[in-house]
Design a protein around this ligand. Sequence first.
Ligand code: ZN
Length: 452
Amino acid sequence: MKAYRGIVLHFTGDPAADPANARLLDDGALVVTDEGLVDRVTPWAELPGRLRDEAVQDYRDDLILPGFVDAHVHSGQIDAIASPGGDLRDWLERHVYPAERRFADEEYARQAAGDFLDRLLAAGTTTACVHTTTFASSTGAFFAAAHERDLRMVAGKVLMDAGGHAEGGPVPDDYLDPSVQQAEQDCRELIDAWHGKGRCLYAITPRFGPTSTLELLRMAGRLFQEYADRGQPVWAQSHLAETKDEVDTVLERFAALTPRSYLDVYDKCGLVGPRSVWAHCLWPDDVYRTSAGGGQDWQVLKARQAGVAFCPTSNLFLGSGLFPLERTRRAGVRVGLGTDVGAGTSFSMLETMNEAYKVMALQGDHLPALRGFYLATRGGAEALCLEDRIGGFQPGGEADFVVLDFAATPVLERRTGTAGDLVERLFALAMLGDERAVKATYVMGRRTWENT
Ligand SMILES: [Zn+2]
């Protein structure tokens, strides 16, 4: 056993639903077993004497928080971050596809995967839902690097077989899957090799509607269902309604399905269910191309226990739209925060919370500090259907946590030093913090990254 003394914050659910879901101890202890699992969280004063005699790490002035969960990010875009572009389509064509194509080189893919995961750890992120690239070898390299670091990662090979230059689309033809059969075989081999190995989890990952044929999406949905049916459930992830142009393209491309909405295309292919994670969802059927029977997207996501990733830095960078967080709260949809690097401009979930606050402000809404920290930890775990294992400090859970420094920079030190109470200090940390505020990151109770 080892005890970590500090200001401890974690959640048992959404504090917007019940304020008691936020557990905040101004002088607490997180106790971790030798196996790297959470034993308990307790006020320091109530920690039994025998545990105080065990090894104690003193973080008394710091915040101990479950490791951040990044609900949507692209490892294959580490070198596309901060690339100027126009809208989504232009940015993908000019920067993303060329950047991802470099992952054909296995040595480059191996090095980039390791560096990507180290950037996550430096930001205090211990779990992420990751799109790699179209090359199966790059997905294997990603899982090898995650396994080496013992990280709980959900990831998949990007599937795409449409939208190539040959058909007048933006994707280089040699960056598409050569066939649906080959793509399926790649997925099966990667699942066999990595799903459930250590803490690695596989996600079926069609990039999005505009780069998919119906045959590809149906194959993806069939795999998703097949592994669930055989008691070996895998995850699924994609982008959903990020721009109006994308929605138009998808409704036209899949007109044969007579879809009710963009989401309905994925749903009709069997991809929407528990353990499916949908990035963006800025233009659902209650705000764009609403037709008879419209307004059902949130109900379907809620009913299927699907998760949605709110990616504010990306949505602002590409000018895609403002995420309706209040709408999702009312609908009871599982929502996590995503950085969406490379369209996102930071690996830091603190910076992502800062931008999420502003996206809410632009809509006349308010994102309280505690709810921001919830979305960045437990909310992400719920979106991924992993809340029984990560994202909180429930006994028996995996002890992934981050130690945050309220005085990491002169501005932070001054502002948090004059704050009226702890919640005000937390808000300042979310608005002013970034990687510099991460003092240490622990994975399964082991210190894996330290700010020196
Ligand atoms: Zn994305």
